[in-house]
Every structure is written in structure tokens, then in C-alpha cells.
Design a protein around this ligand. Structure first.
Ligand code: SMG
Ligand code: MG
Length: 368
């Protein structure tokens, strides 16, 4: 029996070491909500993957804050013995998956800490270290892009993903491929194209890419299936997959051959495991995506990436790829471009108090 005593919401901001540009805009800093759950047995932390604007998804920090403060947290505090698996349908709230995922993570962390059990063990991890890729934003020039990729490869990353947008695609990817002929390479369009741009993807199809991530609208599985029929390169879906049911539908339609799993996008770690299970059952490889998380969310991603169906390197880069100083002890890239999966109770990490204080913009504690 777990009694939740209070939930604390905290908005934090951390400068990024280099701006991260995608087809929908540029981030110069990481801003996100941290959730801290206090129970009668332990405390637990969660990180919300929403950002300041509703661009990657319809969720954004101010909206997620209200969803948590006014709906999800009150429902959690009113529940006599809330379980992490209840968060999905808490208070009858629909959608708001990123907000729910953060609350679920905090509750899971608290529960597992009280039991002395690691998140990785709880989720069913089978690996102690996971191979790591890096996602490279749209650079100011082709030369800059090649230089950035060279730098990441020198650090040891085992797969490189290039962000693309209309007009900054084939030529750039071809140049990177030309400079690094053997590197496992992929692209991510963040839904910036339509089927009318099929020619771009047919040209990319010649470059031996591992996958093409989310080329078309997040709402269009049928067009993705049409595009996939025309390409040898596997399509990977990200934004389109909000649940295990979405993954089943996309695979059944032939809209993708690979799935990017992000716990926040699908409403939590428990649903992320179900997406993984769908992939395994259907013979579709999955990998762990990233949302520029701080060490809190990164710990959760690494635990997830250690499950057996995660057979491709994730966007689980080291702290130093994002921040000069992370909120937690830094995650570092080790031997063979792999990173250690945390083994301590719960997430296995917590924010360093002085760093947390320096990054905090707003805190609200909601008592029972
Ligand atoms: O966490 O290293 C990371 C970023 C990985 O490219 C990444 N994420 O569409 O997959 C994606 C993007 C979404 C982030 S936009 C802020
Ligand atoms: Mg993506």
C-alpha cells in the first residue's frame, strides 16, 4: 500500500551546448517539468518530455503543468492506493500522454526505491550496457555538418541520425555518406514532407540508410504505407506512434518496418514496454528515441533501451552531448560507444541539489 503525501512540480531550464535545429524550429535550451512524488515510503522523480512549444506534439510545458496540477495530481492524491499502472486512466483524463508519463515515472521511481529494485530489472532489461547513437541537428552549412558528425564519431557514437527538412536533405546526406561510407546512418524529417516529395526519399534510398524516420505527417499512416512500398530503406515511425495500438495499426498497414519508442510520447514506461512487445511479436525492430532529456529522463531511457527487443542503437547520447552540466551525475559514453544502464534502486539517479536549485524557474507543491 502506497500513500502519496504530496506531489511537487518544477519547471527547469538548462542551456544546450549547441543549438538543436529540426524541421520545426531551433532549441537553444532545454526547458521541462520535473515531477517529484512523496509517498509514505520514499520519494520518486519523473521528467516530462514536453517542450516549451506545441511543435513535436500538441503537448507543451504550460499545458502539461495545468494537466498535472489541476487534473492528474488531484486524482492521484484522491486515490487510496495509487499504482503506476493507474496513471494512464487517472481521473478519466484523455491524451496528455507526456504529462501522464512524467507522473507514472515518478510513482514508479518511488515504489521501486522503497523496494530497493532497479527500474531496468522491473521493466525486464537483459543488458547491462546499451549501444548509443547521436541525433545531429540541421547545421548552418554542409561543412559544419560534416565536422559535427566527425566529432561525434570520434567520441565513439555507433550510429548517426541527421535531421532533414525540405531543401536541406539529399545533398547534405549524400555529403555525409561520402565522407563516412560505412557509418550506420539514418535521417529524421519530423513529418516535414508529403507524398509529393517521394523523389527526395527515392534519392535517399540510394544512400544505404538504416532507416528514414517520420518522413510524412504524424496523422497519415496510409501515405507512409504508400511511401514504404516505393522504398527499400525501412521507414521508422516516431510522432505517429502514441500507443501500442498505434504500433499495431502502423505495422499492419505496412506504414513502417521500425518503431522509435519514446516513453513520454506513448504515455509512460509501461506503455513503452507494450510497444516493445508489439514490435517483438511482429518481428519489427524497435529502438529508444530521445527528447533531449536531463539525467532523470535519460536514466529511464537507458533502462528501457536495455530490453531485448531494442535491437538498434538509441538516441541515448551522453550528458555532454546536451549539457555542460547535467542535473544528475553525468552519463558518459564508454567502451564501444555504449552506456551503462543504471543499477541503483528506481531510476538509480537523482538531481544534484545545487544544480537543481540553479536550474529551477518555478516550483509548486501540491499536498494531499
Ligand atoms: O535526445 O538526443 C536526443 C534528441 C533526439 O532527434 C531527437 N529527437 O524527432 O526524434 C526526434 C527528436 C525530437 C526532439 S525535438 C526537441
Ligand atoms: Mg524523431
Amino acid at each position: 500500500m502506497t500513500r502519496v503525501v504530496a506531489v511537487e512540480l518544477r519547471l527547469v531550464g538548462l542551456p544546450l551546448v549547441r543549438p538543436f535545429r529540426t524541421s520545426f524550429g531551433e532549441e537553444r535550451e532545454k526547458e521541462c517539468i520535473l515531477v517529484r512524488v512523496e509517498t509514505d515510503r520514499a520519494e520518486g522523480w519523473g521528467e516530462c518530455v514536453a517542450g516549451p512549444r506545441p511543435d513535436f506534439s500538441g503537448e507543451f510545458n504550460e499545458a502539461a503543468w495545468l494537466a498535472l496540477r489541476d487534473h492528474l495530481v488531484p486524482a492521484l492524491l484522491a486515490a487510496p492506493d495509487p499504482r503506476p499502472e493507474d496513471v494512464r486512466s487517472l481521473g478519466g483524463v484523455r491524451g496528455n500522454r507526456m504529462a501522464k508519463a512524467a507522473l507514472e515515472m515518478a510513482l514508479l521511481d518511488a515504489e521501486l526505491r522503497a523496494e530497493g529494485r532497479s527500474l531496468a530489472a522491473f521493466l525486464g532489461a537483459t543488458k547491462e550496457r546499451v549501444p548509443c547513437g547521436v541525433s545531429v541537428g540541421i547545421a548552418g552549412s554542409l561543412e559544419e555538418l560534416v565536422e559535427q558528425v566527425a566529432g561525434y564519431l570520434a567520441e565513439g557514437y555507433v550510429r548517426v541520425k541527421l535531421k532533414i527538412e525540405p531543401g536541406l536533405d539529399v545533398e547534405r546526406v549524400r555529403a555525409v555518406r561520402g565522407s563516412f561510407p560505412d557509418v550506420p546512418l539514418s535521417v529524421d524529417a519530423n513529418a516535414a514532407y508529403t507524398l509529393a516529395d517521394a523523389g527526395v526519399f527515392e534519392a535517399l534510398d540510394e544512400l544505404g540508410l538504416l532507416m528514414i524516420e517520420q518522413p510524412l505527417s504524424h496523422e497519415d499512416l496510409v501515405d507512409h504505407a504508400e511511401l514504404q512500398r516505393r522504398l527499400a530503406t525501412p521507414i521508422c515511425l516516431d510522432e505517429s506512434i502514441r500507443s501500442a495500438a498505434d504500433a499495431r495499426a502502423a505495422i499492419a498497414l505496412g506504414a513502417c518496418r521500425i518503431v522509435n519508442v519514446k516513453q513520454g510520447r506513448v504515455g509512460g514506461l509501461l506503455e513503452a514496454v507494450r510497444v516493445h512487445d508489439v514490435g517483438r511479436r511482429e518481428g519489427v525492430p524497435v529502438w529508444c528515441g530521445g527528447m533531449l532529456e536531463t539525467g532523470i529522463g535519460r536514466a529511464a531511457n537507458l533502462a528501457l533501451a536495455a530490453l531485448p527487443g531494442f535491437t538498434l542503437p538509441g538516441d541515448t547520447s551522453a550528458s555532454g552531448r546536451y549539457f555542460a552540466e547535467d542535473l544528475t551525475e553525468p552519463f558518459v559514453l564508454g567502451e564501444g560507444g555504449t552506456m551503462a544502464v543504471p543499477t541503483g534502486p528506481g531510476l538509480g539517479v537523482e538531481p544534484r541539489p545545487e544544480r537543481l536549485a540553479a536550474c529551477t524557474r518555478r516550483v509548486e507543491r501540491i499536498p494531499r
